[in-house]
Write a protein that binds this ligand. Sequence first.
Ligand SMILES: [Zn+2]
Length: 117
Amino acid sequence: MLLIHCPYCNMKRPETEFRNAGAAHIARPLDPATTSDAEWAAFLYLRDNPKGIIAERWRHAHGCGRFFNAIRNTVSDDFVTTYKAGEAPPETEAFASEVAPGSREANATGKQAETAL
Ligand SMILES: [Zn+2]
């Protein structure tokens, strides 16, 4: 069973107590009234889908109920670290070695496919 550390409860709890709440650190446009429809749609729906280390929002839904942020490896599904909402994210470059060796090759292959189109 995957255990996730809640930074508010300060304990590891089973994954079934948590809910993913999407990408972390998405900046809301300062003035939605002057934001174009395309910019607003991009803010609402367009997200990166990287392979490797990402920052996400999570909610301890069946615990304290609070939102927090997590650095997670999408390849291995390991949580590298969690931190409270409002705290500065740790530098994700420091976790680059956490990415599985094969995934870097896959990313490089993906880039080549993109540029070929
Ligand atoms: Zn909690």
